[in-house]
Design a protein around this ligand. Structure first.
Ligand code: ADP
Length: 460
């Protein structure tokens, strides 16, 4: 097992990794920017190193500073968390060349799956259905027009290096494709330093359902079932649950096996997620793979009883997966609400600042993964998530009821949060039936009297 682990991240995921390390009795090193000096991850780690000013480029995304911190503290492994450098193949490479184990897949695997167009090709070769689309990248709108014609409108222009819901643009006709193509390229270039784009058929009312997979270095690869992530705004997830209320046992097995087949095609190691879009008619398509731990991993942990972060560390240390596919069992239902420092009534406007009062709910089946406390100041420099509220129950109704009660109990003062949004969503009849698609939030806000006109207009 590792001697010491450096956690190259901040916020709740840094805390989550530190807790897993403590269970495994591995000392930890936290890194922090000047804006995070008072963060809980700094207090709970055994050692901590300031790595620079608040801007991510000067701190959490600064490879040389992270490596220096790892060197001076004498760690032997680095956990990247999610976001920042978690899917940066160069960082994984530098870690390895400096003698640190990167707790995640190899740089080659990250590279293969990080380029969406290459990933589509790889999955198609492996026999996994992908969203109908262009055969690789498109250099110009002239190249794109006949492809869109053949696919049929609407189509979606996607940045091959895209991530975090950015770098996508829908075109409903030729005119919009002509107008959107260059903009999408420019946006992709600015956001990812790579302006390459490709086309996919735009699926109009899909469900986003993703499969958690896990591989070890001994050739074992399993899936841990799915997460329903259709409740999103601007392609960003807000509520996730496991299992999906939509899938049958047979579908779970069939798509789970496909996800494993796809991951096996690149010999995948460590935690990964295969994202699929499910059409209204039940057909499904691979969309992309995330080569890291996901924000929403706790719902899978709750229903499988497996600690995914501990498993990541164990597998990176060369141990065998703690379960075979046959030993994976799903029990009950779990749901996660992302508590963001945002005012949903005004288009989810960010609401950073000091948290003057913080009371977190408890009771059977309630878990709160959060790095904040009363007196904590939410910095404006990073993503706005202040915590994740997770409810578990023997079935979906019990999990939902527990979540409702927890949302009522939870008190956050000083900033606006997405708690009222979640209460609105949970009360909705469609949500309660599990009748979801990726436009659920948009339609929910359209009829919400509390939302400002501006808030409703920018709901997506
Ligand atoms: P990112 O890497 O930025 O998260 P994804 O490729 O995972 O991007 O897509 C994010 C979201 O965008 C999906 O969950 C879905 O809501 C929407 N989306 C992506 N591709 C399509 C498509 N072909 N048709 C309809 N919606 C799509």
């Amino acid at each position: 097992m590792f001697r010491k682990v450096l956690v190259a991240n901040r916020g709740e995921i840094a805390l989550r990794v530190i807790r897993a390390c403590r269970e495994l009795r591995i000392p930890t090193v936290a890194v922090f920017s000047e804006a995070d000096r008072d963060s809980l991850h700094v207090r709970l780690a055994d050692e901590s190193v300031c790595i620079g000013p608040p801007a991510p480029a000067q701190s959490y995304n600064h490879v040389a500073r992270l490596i220096s911190a790892a060197e001076v503290t004498g760690v032997d492994a680095i956990h990247p968390g999610y976001g920042f450098l978690a899917e940066n193949a160069h960082f994984a490479e530098v870690c390895a060349s400096c003698g640190f184990v990167f707790i995640g897949p190899t740089p080659e695997m990250i590279r293969k799956m990080g380029d969406k167009s290459v990933a589509r090709h790889t999955m198609r070769e492996a026999g996994v259905p992908v969203v109908p689309g262009s055969d690789g990248l498109l250099g110009s709108v002239e190249e794109a027009l006949p492809v869109a014609e053949a696919l049929g409108y609407p189509v979606i222009i996607k940045a091959t290096a895209g991530g975090g819901g950015r770098g996508m643009r829908v075109a409903w006709d030729q005119k919009q494709l002509r107008a959107g193509f260059g903009i999408a390229q420019a946006e992709a270039g600015a956001a990812f330093s790579n302006n390459a784009v490709y086309l996919e058929k735009y699926i109009e009312r899909p469900r986003h359902i993703e499969f958690q997979i896990f591989g070890d270095t001994h050739g074992h690869l399993i899936h841990l079932g799915e997460r329903e992530c259709s409740v999103q705004r601007n392609h960003q997830k807000l509520i996730e649950e496991a299992p999906s209320p939509f899938l049958s046992v047979e579908q779970r097995r069939a798509v789970g096996e496909l996800a494993v087949r796809g991951a096996r095609a690149i010999g995948y190691v460590n935690a990964g997620t295969m994202e699929f879009l499910f059409d209204q008619d039940g057909s499904y398509y691979f969309m992309e793979m995330n080569t890291r731990i996901q924000v929403e991993h706790p719902v899978t942990e709750e229903v499988t009883g497996l600690d995914l972060v501990k498993e990541q560390i164990r597998v990176a240390a060369g141990e065998v997966l703690s379960r075979t596919q046959d030993e994976v069992e799903w029990r009950g239902h779990a749901i996660e609400c992302r508590i963001n420092a945002e005012d949903y009534r005004h288009g989810f406007r960010p609401s950073p600042g000091a948290i003057t009062y913080w009371y977190k709910p408890g009771g059977p089946g309630i878990r709160v993964d959060s790095h904040v406390y009363a007196g904590y100041v939410v910095p404006p420099y990073y993503d706005s998530m202040v915590g994740k509220l997770i409810a578990y129950g023997k079935d979906r109704p019990e999990a939902l009821r527990r979540m409702e009660i927890a949302l009522e109990e939870m008190i956050v003062e000083g900033i606006q949060t997405t708690i009222p949004f979640h209460q609105l969503a949970l009360r909705d009849a469609r949500f309660q039936r599990g009748d979801l698609d990726t436009h659920f939030v948009e339609s929910l806000l359209k009829t919400d009297p509390a939302s400002s006109a501006e808030g409703r207009a920018v709901a997506r």
